[in-house]
Design a protein around this ligand. Structure first.
Ligand SMILES: [Zn+2]
Length: 274
């Protein structure tokens, strides 16, 4: 892929980033990764644009749910009553199951379920399965699934960020070559577009956790377990926010690289004309 070659060039040249887009992009990626989530690292690596400066994050150990088994059982019962299907797998390459897709929650029968995660996934499915579920949640989930579910964060949005960033960088260099200024939209697009595209995902994730907490309460979770679950689900939400920041950063860096490349090329062409 042409875009990825742009990134590998930068790696070998090891030039410091001087312009605004590059700096802001790097800062966003840095801030995102600073939250130390495995998911954001995965987001970078998936598209092969890790710059080697990224350190392995510490995996956060979830807070323990004391009555996990009892709660899990109650949640599975509740799911059936609510018209949510529970199925085994499918398992991805890391061995963990794809957790949710339209009215179906997938569980990994080879290991014990974490009740708070299960409640969160039921929260997602609730918005597809329940006719009376809130309109905003229903709409967000419809869009989320249409856009590819959580893939949106680690695949669709980074690719969109690169595409928007590259286009905007080329646009800026060409405009400048003509002695014109870059438009407002082109300026914000590398940050805004990848962030906007994940918006239904962010809304869905937050609503699923909110609904999940209600499921846990109904399942009879103790105060202690509710508090542990709330913290675990907040960490998960942070991961998605982190990925959104990383993706915006990728947009900025892409722009910086494509701007420089295009400018070099245009300058060379100009030199030939003389
Ligand atoms: Zn989720």
């Amino acid at each position: 892929m042409k875009i990825l070659r742009l990134f590998s060039k930068r790696k070998s040249q090891e030039e410091p980033i001087k312009d605004k887009n590059g700096k802001l992009g790097a800062a966003l990626v840095g801030a995102g990764l600073g939250a130390n989530t495995a998911a954001s690292l995965k987001a970078i690596d998936l598209e092969g644009i890790s710059n080697g400066a990224i350190k392995m994050p510490k995996l956060l150990k979830p807070y323990e749910i004391q009555e996990n088994e009892k709660l899990t059982g109650a949640l599975l019962e509740e799911a059936k009553k609510g018209g949510i299907k529970i199925e085994n797998g499918p398992y991805n390459l890391n061995g963990s199951p794809q957790a949710y897709s339209n009215k179906v929650v997938y569980i990994d029968s080879r290991q014990s379920q974490q009740a708070d995660t299960l409640a969160h996934e039921l929260g997602h499915a609730h918005y597809d399965a329940n006719e009376k579920a809130g309109k905003v949640g229903k709409a967000a989930h419809k869009a989320y699934i249409r856009l590819g579910g959580s893939k949106l964060f680690y695949k669709v949005s980074p690719v969109t960020a690169i595409g928007t960033g590259v286009a905007s960088g080329i646009h800026k260099a060409k405009k400048e070559a003509k002695g014109e200024k870059e438009g407002k939209l082109s300026k914000v697009a590398p940050y805004l577009v990848p962030t906007t595209i994940v918006a239904p995902g962010l809304v869905s994730e937050v609503m699923a956790s909110h609904k999940g907490m209600k499921y846990l309460k109904r399942a009879g979770a103790s105060k202690k377990d509710l508090s542990a679950s709330r913290k675990n689900l907040a960490t998960a939400a942070l991961t998605y926010g982190t990925m959104a920041a990383v993706n915006a950063g990728i947009g900025g860096i892409s722009k910086h690289i494509s701007y420089k490349k295009t400018k070099e090329k245009l300058d060379k062409e100009k030199g030939k004309d003389k």
